[in-house]
Design a protein around this ligand. Structure first.
Ligand code: GFB
Length: 331
């Protein structure tokens, strides 16, 4: 087994984002001492030459790729070009030059939107590429599918231990709270907290409120990533896996999510459902039996996670502060 040494040089790409920063916290808590990360000013991951030179100079032993252009349903549906171009470019650079510089293990982070829109639920790893994608995030999903297949190809052709992980909808500290570009959970935390502070009676929720989503706290995702980095990727490929799902196995409608947050915040007004905004995929629940069988399970319940996050949000943001769309690539 190729476990990670505590003093191995590990490069976390995307360390300033929600997921990357949680992975850094987790690695540091576990005693990994030789972490490297680069701000976007120091290393532009879209720049092929810069990434190549970075690997030559730093020679990391392991790489965790949590750098991506990410966003909620409206951002995905509006900025498709950025989502496909930037994600393909970043992952091509990170994965190819990891191979050239002899990186021992690389973990590529994807998303549950790689699965077909109408996949049966819960979604197993093998449902990849068995049907049409959800249109609101197809460019992003295609980039992530390319990343999985790129890791698999470098494994099959060169024996590289490059593997992928597919988290379900993730929330936690350092998320994006810009209402145009954020995901549903941080947007609803912000809208409901602001309504509470200003004594507003109504909060607007996009879509019908009926879609089902599965949410996982980013600290659980970070824990799963470090757990997976400790596995032998060859064994996983030999078992027919190209990636592992990470989720909780629990789902909730968007309306129930808004109600749960309202209960925690103490907002007792009404919701207005803005049907001009898209619902997206009707249901998106991961089958997590593979990672559960390997010995990993999530720890943080949705209620516990949202309680902690509401506290974090109020400490870190002034109500009504318009946080811009900036937390996605290391900056
Ligand atoms: O979290 P979300 O933006 O992304 O939206 P997806 C989930 C659901 O919540 C949709 C509804 O049905 C939204 O219409 N929703 C309700 C809201 N109110 C709001 C709001 O104020 N803001 C937002 N953003 N949604 C994304 C994909 O899909 O999920 C990405 O676009 C990625 O590719 C990510 O995979 C995890 O779950 O629909």
């Amino acid at each position: 087994r190729l476990l990670m040494d505590k003093d191995a040089k590990i490069y976390v790409a995307g360390h300033a984002g929600m997921v990357g920063s949680a992975i850094v916290r987790k690695l540091e808590a576990e005693g990994f001492k030789n972490l490297i990360f680069k701000t976007r000013k120091k290393l532009d991951l879209l720049n092929q030459t810069a990434v190549k030179e970075f690997y030559t100079a730093e020679k990391p032993r392991h790489v965790i790729n949590a750098a991506a252009r990410v966003g909620g349903i409206h951002a995905n549906n509006t900025y498709g070009s950025q989502f496909i171009y930037e994600n393909l470019q970043i992952q091509n650079n990170l994965i190819h030059y990891a191979y050239e510089s002899g990186v021992t293990k690389l973990l590529f982070l994807g998303s549950s939107c790689i699965y077909p829109r109408n996949a049966s639920q819960p979604m197993k790893e093998e449902y990849l590429l068995t049907g049409e994608l959800e249109s609101t995030n197809e460019p992003y999903a295609l980039a992530k599918i390319a990343g999985i297949k790129m890791c698999e190809s470098y494994y099959r052709q060169y024996g590289c231990q490059f593997f992928s992980v597919m988290p379900t909808n993730t929330y936690g500290p350092n998320d994006n709270y810009d209402l145009d570009t954020s995901h549903a959970l941080p947007a609803l935390i912000r809208k409901i907290q602001e309504a509470k502070v200003s004594n507003a009676r109504k909060v607007t929720v996009w879509g019908s409120g009926k879609p089902l989503r599965e949410f996982i706290h980013v600290d659980d995702i970070a824990d799963a990533c470090v757990f997976i980095m400790g596995l032998d990727f060859r064994e996983l490929y030999e078992q027919g896996l190209t990636h592992l799902n990470v989720g909780t196995g629990n789902e909730i409608t968007i309306r129930e999510l808004a109600e749960l947050i309202s209960g925690i915040v103490g907002f007792s007004g009404d919701f207005i459902f803005d049907q001009s905004m898209p619902d997206g995929t009707p249901r998106k629940l991961l089958d997590v039996s593979r990672i559960n069988e390997l010995g990993w399970r999530h720890q943080i319940s949705l209620e516990e996670g949202i309680k902690a996050l509401c506290g974090w949000y109020m400490e870190n943001f002034q109500p009504f502060e318009n946080k811009t769309y900036s937390k996605t690539l290391a900056s």
